[in-house]
Ligand binder design. Structure first.
Ligand code: SF4
Ligand code: SF4
Length: 378
């Protein structure tokens, strides 16, 4: 059976899994091996970026090599690369030409504006120099369509989706962070392609799960149930950042698994939720967001989501990593941590779960504050 393909905006259809190239940058040989593996499992969509070091040039050379061997998916490879917002018209043209040169292509299907995280980024794309640049890229046929990724607020993502400028979006959609799923559904309803980014790593370090999480997810692995959850929502595709052939085992198994959740999967997802409730007791944050905005700009739901994960699933390492990046990753992540809470009490009556929010914020800070360990882009 031919691998399933999903619509992705108005450009070429894409496989359920997208090969992210940020982990195959040790050598051209590594990139070629991973690309060949992706072809073998039925992947036709590749995601890359100038900020992934040598990924684009390694990818270009690997594509040429595999093409010479006749290893090309039906309809050809679909390539998505990225451009940071804010460039001048002139520098943007140079940047797009450089992407194409590194990839050895005269055109690519998809160009994503990488990180519409602030209002000024959207303004650049809609009415600033970015507007002329993106029109030029499409009209000259250098890119088939333009999309965006965002780590910004829900309101900003919604405004970006509603701007009619973009044909696809790359969003953080995760089993353990479902806040943006309604935005993904809104995008799909408008015919905008949706790519879930980093479901394994930013989705909770699911490649190295805690023993509690492993136990909660049986008979599936945490990564498998997370992938199935995402695919069942109807998204176009999700990224897998492979560095070796073994990383493609799950995509191989799930390459056509976009159907509704079956009874066993639903049972596991319910068990996950129930055990998390039990472990958190009356301190569970339901992520309803009614408590914000906080006068001190504390991102209460996000901080308490990390607490939910640390206490509810023993996802300490992930929660600590994310918590300690607050304020250190510019507009790519939250900028204020729990220690900014002044205990004014304004949020408490807004919480339908009657949480003592300032106390829980203090507890979260105590549990998760430590030295930062690492950061992968975006
Ligand atoms: S108690 Fe703390 S978190 Fe709540 S509104 Fe006041 S400053 Fe913000
Ligand atoms: S209002 Fe309460 S339950 Fe809702 S996000 Fe805020 S702390 Fe969590």
């Amino acid at each position: 059976m031919a691998p399933f393909r999903h619509a992705f905006g108005r450009s070429s259809e894409v496989s359920l899994f997208t090969l992210g190239t940020m982990r195959a940058i040790c050598s051209i040989e590594q990139m070629t091996t991973v690309l060949r593996g992706a072809f073998d499992v039925g992947i036709n969509h590749i995601e890359t970026a100038p900020v992934y070091g040598p990924a684009e040039s390694f990818l270009g050379k690997s594509l040429q090599k595999l093409t010479r061997q006749g290893i090309v998916p039906d309809g050809g490879w679909v390539i998505t690369s990225k451009l940071l917002p804010g460039l001048s018209y002139y520098d943007g043209k140079k940047a797009i030409s450089a992407i194409l040169e590194r990839l050895g292509k005269s055109h690519i299907d998809n160009l994503a504006i990488h990180g519409i995280n602030r209002k000024e980024h959207l303004k650049w794309a809609l009415t600033g120099e970015g507007s002329d640049l993106l029109r030029w890229a499409e009209e000259t046929g250098l890119v088939s369509q333009v999309g965006f990724s965002s780590h910004g607020s829900h309101e900003l993502i919604q405004e970006t989706l509603d701007s009619e400028r973009f044909q696809f979006c790359s969003l953080h959609l995760h089993l353990f962070d479902q806040q943006r799923i309604p935005l993904a559904k809104r995008a799909l309803a408008k015919g905008i392609g949706v790519m879930a980014i980093s479901p394994a790593d930013k989705g909770g370090h699911l490649h190295t799960p805690s023993s509690i999480l492993v136990d909660d997810c049986r008979p599936f692995t945490p990564l498998e149930i997370a992938y199935r959850f995402l695919l069942s929502t109807g998204i176009s595709t999700l990224t897998i950042g492979a560095s070796k052939i073994e990383d493609l085992k799950l995509p191989k198994k799930l390459i056509n698994a976009d159907g509704p959740l079956d009874l066993e999967e639903i049972t596991v997802l319910n068990r996950l939720k129930n055990r998390c409730f039990l472990r958190l007791g009356e301190t569970f944050c339901g992520q309803c967001r009614r408590c914000i905005p906080c006068p001190q700009d504390v991102p209460i739901p996000e901080v308490l989501r990390l607490r939910n994960l640390a206490v509810g699933y023993d996802m300490q390492v992930f929660a600590k990593e994310r918590y300690n990046l607050i304020g250190k990753a510019g507009h790519w992540w939250e900028e204020v941590d729990a220690s900014a809470c002044m205990d004014c009490g304004k949020c408490i009556p807004l919480c339908p779960n009657d949480l003592n929010i300032p106390q829980l914020l203090e507890d979260t800070h105590r549990r998760l504050m430590s030295s930062p360990s690492r950061r992968l882009w975006g």
